[in-house]
Ligand binder design. Sequence first.
Ligand code: PMP
Length: 300
Amino acid sequence: MEVSKFVWFDKVLVEGSEKISVPISSQGLNYGFGVFDGMRARSVGNETIIFRLADHIKRFYHSARKLSYPLEDMVQFEEMVDACKLVISENKLGDVYIRPFLYFGSGESPFEKTSTSNMHITVFAFTLPYPFSNSIKVGIAEKRKDDSSLIVDIKSSGQYQVFAFEREKARKKGFDDALYLDDDGNIAETVGNNIFLVKGNLLYTPSVANILAGFTRDTVIKIAPDLGYTIIEKKIPYSALYEFEEVFFSGTAVGIVPAKSVGDYKFFQTSTSSKFQEYYARVTRGEIPEYYHWLTKVKL
Ligand code: PMP
């Protein structure tokens, strides 16, 4: 992964991320003490458009707040927003993934209460091609996801090693990703994406209880009426999958990607996902005036 030449680190722009060293005793490395977010930017003409920047930064603050990490004491919201824009403009970047990241360095004692003294905040960017160009095969995760978990609606560093492990197990079995169910056997989300299920012009998606309700999910929900679909948010048992004609996934990294199969169920239709893929791309490119408020334009 090639990190942008200029990175924003503890409020200053640094040329060359290799200049930033992380001690082996850092709490971020040892215990996964950290939170992050991720958004995409795309090149349109001589501008770069960041999609839903303010929302992603809000979630970044939400993640930090939930773990009592004093992000607000160190960096103001607008400063974080500007840092993302600065990384784009200084590096003259177009189609990239932007990563705001908070982590803890070495503390006085291993589990010492986290404070601003060893907290680091950074923004960097890297290229991230869309990983799937075709429909994907999704297995069922061996572990369950339930809403009693503190961290289900945030992006905290340590938890992703568990997610990555589930995905790795699924990949070894020939799947592209793993779908989590909740404790009651309802569909939750995959390792890094939300899920939609199609029945005619009804678009079902699990209610927010046990998932990270992503911004791509929210975008699909908001644009659905434009495409003639009605959204239904409810608990959906895994055993009800056979009732649906089509399934697709949504996430910043993958965009919108249809399912070839989910667990034991096969899907042959991708017409709804194609409509959403195409319209979503137009929304992010700034072609639909109704959604201009989601776009942050950076002049290069
Ligand atoms: N669920 C999880 C667990 C995720 O990590 C992500 C990726 N951020 C999503 C869903 C999708 O969220 P978004 O559309 O905001 O990228």
